[in-house]
Every structure is written in structure tokens, then in C-alpha cells.
Design a protein around this ligand. Structure first.
Ligand code: MG
Length: 271
């Protein structure tokens, strides 16, 4: 008799546990948010006209109007001058090398440069190359960088036969996001970065209420897919989130004779 009672007790405990497990799964399921499109709810239209939209009309952009640059882009560097740029640390005239072939080259240990104009949401096109006769290893081989709003670095680095930590390799969001692929061309050839960036937002107290997001295409290959920028991209320490408004495009002088070249830089301000 005692054995029967004990068996019944164990069966009861087991069934309670099963019920508990299944209800917790149900709880998890009900916690998931179901996506509802209000504009596509209600009585479904039966005529094509009911689901057509005519306004607002998107602006027309001629894609290759100014030497291959979109008609609404601001040309930041076309090889003729540094008119759109200044030194980052003291806003003086740029001392980097302006080359005869329509490019510029980082002048070692002179400091970063920045655009005179500040930007928020942008589409940015940058071309860069590392020298053929490279020097250094790891992070010391053709290290530069493209900073959005002066704060958030898309890494520029010669990683050809030159491994480093992956969240600091070419096309990483430095120390935050490993690129989806390494899509570099051979050293000495021109790389393209096409960047799609949405700026962060801060409330009246200076607290971040929306993170920046960034998508990067490297030589036509998607390498950053709408990732969240969690703050600044320092070499040492955590990302920080100082409140800020619009900021410059900034190019890095890493200070170890990178000799990275840049050319054909343009930007479209996004709404
Ligand atoms: Mg860098």
C-alpha cells in the first residue's frame, strides 16, 4: 500500500512538472511580439487603385551626373584640392599629400583630417588604397580609418596576408562589429567603401535614446549589415555615448607610416 501511495505521489509530481514546463513555453510564446501592419488590416481592397500611393514623390537623382557622382551628392574630394577639409585637432589647413593622380595620402604623424562641414544621416562613398611596398604587421600595416560624425570608425587596414584581431580588421566597426567578410582588393589597388549611416539621437538630458546604425559595402560586398553602433570606437575601454549633433567625416592618421591613399570621396545627406 505504501508503495502504491509513493508511486502515485511521484506520478503527481511528474505531471505537475510537465504542466509547469508546458505553461512556461506558452508564456514565452505569448511574450513574443506578433507584427501587425495596421495599414494592411481591416477589409481587404478588391481593386488595384485602392493600394496605390502617389505622394510624396521621391526626388529625382541623376546617378552619374558629376564625373560618376550622384547629382545630389556633395563632392568632398575630387583630387584637386583640400577645400572641403581641415586638420582635425586644430582646424588649420590640411598638410597631407595632394598627389598628381587625383588622390591624397596620409602624411605620417601630422594628425587626422576632417571635413569642414558636419553631417548627420549620410550615404558616403570613399575610395582608399594601401601601399604596395607595405611596412609593419597586424594593426601597423596601412592602418587608417573613416570616422562617421568624427566618432565612429570604419577600419581601414591592409589585411592581405596580414591577420589581426577580427573586430579590428579591415571594414570592422572598430572593436564593435566583425565584418561579414574580408573583401579587400590586392595591396596597391583601390578599394571602395559605400557607407549608409543613420546618426544616434539623444534626449534633452543628453542620454542616448536611439543608437546609430551603419551598413558598409566593401568593393560591392556587404560587410556590415545595418549594425548598431554602441558608442565611440576607442582602442582602449568601452564605447562611450557623449551627446552630439552633426559631426564631420574624419580620416585617420594612425601615426605609423601607413601611407594610405584616398580619392573620390562624396556624400549624400539623407532625410
Ligand atoms: Mg584605424
Amino acid at each position: 500500500m505504501r508503495g502504491i501511495i509513493l508511486t502515485l505521489f511521484i506520478v503527481l509530481l511528474y505531471s505537475c512538472k510537465q504542466h509547469e514546463d508546458s505553461s512556461s513555453i506558452e508564456d514565452q510564446q505569448t511574450k513574443s511580439e506578433v507584427i501587425v501592419y495596421e495599414e494592411y488590416s481591416g477589409i481587404e481592397p478588391t481593386e488595384p487603385e485602392a493600394t496605390k500611393i502617389y505622394e510624396p514623390v521621391p526626388p529625382t537623382v541623376a546617378p552619374y551626373s558629376q564625373n560618376g557622382v550622384p547629382s545630389d551628392a556633395i563632392v568632398l574630394f575630387d583630387g584637386t584640392s583640400f577645400d572641403q577639409w581641415m586638420m582635425y585637432h586644430d582646424s588649420t589647413a590640411v598638410v597631407w599629400h595632394l598627389n598628381d593622380d587625383g588622390s591624397m595620402t596620409v602624411k605620417d604623424k601630422t594628425g587626422d583630417i576632417r571635413t569642414k562641414k558636419n553631417f548627420g544621416d549620410v550615404q558616403l562613398h570613399v575610395e582608399w588604397r594601401s601601399p604596395v611596398d607595405f611596412m609593419g604587421e597586424g594593426q601597423s600595416r596601412a592602418n587608417s580609418g573613416v570616422f562617421l560624425q568624427g566618432l565612429y570608425e570604419v577600419q581601414v587596414l591592409d589585411n592581405n596576408d596580414n591577420d589581426t584581431y577580427v573586430n579590428g580588421q579591415v571594414a570592422s566597426i572598430y572593436k564593435q562589429h566583425v565584418p561579414l567578410a574580408k573583401a579587400s582588393v590586392p595591396s596597391g589597388e583601390w578599394n571602395t567603401y559605400d557607407v549608409f549611416y543613420r546618426a544616434p539621437e539623444f534626449d534633452e538630458n543628453g542620454d542616448k535614446i536611439k543608437s546609430a546604425t551603419i551598413t558598409v559595402v566593401h568593393n560591392g560586398v556587404l560587410v556590415q549589415d545595418h549594425v548598431e553602433i554602441k558608442g565611440t570606437t576607442p582602442n582602449i575601454g568601452w564605447p562611450k555615448n557623449p551627446p552630439h549633433g552633426k559631426g564631420p567625416i574624419r580620416l585617420q592618421d594612425h601615426g605609423d607610416n601607413s601611407r594610405v591613399g584616398y580619392r573620390n570621396i562624396w556624400v549624400r545627406e539623407l532625410q
